[in-house]
Ligand binder design. Structure first.
Ligand SMILES: NC(=O)c1ccno1
Length: 239
């Protein structure tokens, strides 16, 4: 997978050189380049914003630099990802969809956002997805890019040492993951649930599933409706 990020704060994306994302880049699993939007300005002040038509507070990102940036970076295989509070919810399902694509271009906006014509023009030549991390507003989209790139990269084959880690985690199969424990067996007078030390893998799997169902029902009943529950799950909920 190739990822390009265009930002007026490229240094914000430095964490993409670290840890498992940095490892994925080193292994060639992820090809990633960060660009400074001001590269595509053509005035002495390297201007990227202006006042909004129709009035109102703040500034809007001008279309010209973005247009020239996308002209240079985009290919016929590109998908443009625009982090915005006005976007579709970014979920694990969306992360899997994006992880299957060949080329993502991230356009994190600043100020009051990017001139809408940039997105409309881009949509004439590539898929455009406006995505939201949640119902809150950030100073800009760069933090959202870090989150989205991490969520996608960990799904790429060869990045996680043990692909089984993806099977039991939250939101896989529509449920929240069960609580996890490690040594010591007792900590501050709190024992690890006995079943997890039984060695009975069938009972352990059933216990974890039951815990996931109960935790999801308690914390995210909205997810339960879409989850693929079996009769045993329903029995757990009705106990
Ligand atoms: N909620 C969001 O994803 C977001 C992106 C930029 N500002 O807020």
């Amino acid at each position: 997978m190739r990822v390009d990020v265009v930002s007026i704060f490229p240094e914000y994306l430095a964490p993409l050189e670290l840890s498992l994302i940095g490892k994925a880049r080193g292994l060639g699993i992820l090809e990633l380049q960060v660009h400074d939007l001001r590269t595509w300005t053509n005035d002495v002040h390297r201007t990227v914003d202006d006042t909004p038509y129709g009035g109102g507070p703040g500034m809007v990102m001008r279309p010209e630099p973005w247009g020239r940036a996308l002209d240079q970076v985009a290919t016929p295989e590109s998908t443009l990802i625009v982090p915005t509070p006005a976007g579709e919810p970014f979920t694990q399902r969306v992360a899997h969809e994006l992880a299957d694509l060949p080329h993502l271009i991230f356009a994190p906006g600043r100020y009051e956002g990017i001139d809408q014509r940039v997105l409309d023009h881009a949509a004439t030549r590539m898929n455009v997805r406006e995505v939201s991390l949640g119902d809150y507003v950030l100073f800009g989209g760069e933090v959202a890019v870090l989150v989205i790139v991490e969520a996608i990269t960990r799904l790429l084959p060869g990045v996680l040492g043990n692909a089984d880690s993806l099977v039991e985690e939250s939101h896989t199969g529509g449920l929240l993951e069960a609580p996890m424990y490690t040594k010591p067996a007792v900590w501050r007078e709190q024992p690890v649930p006995e079943i997890l030390r039984s060695g009975d893998h069938g009972r352990i799997a059933r216990w974890r599933r039951a815990q996931a169902v109960l935790r999801t029902a308690e914390r995210r009943p909205d997810l339960l409706a879409a989850a693929d529950l079996d009769k045993r799950d329903l029995d757990v909920l009705n106990e």
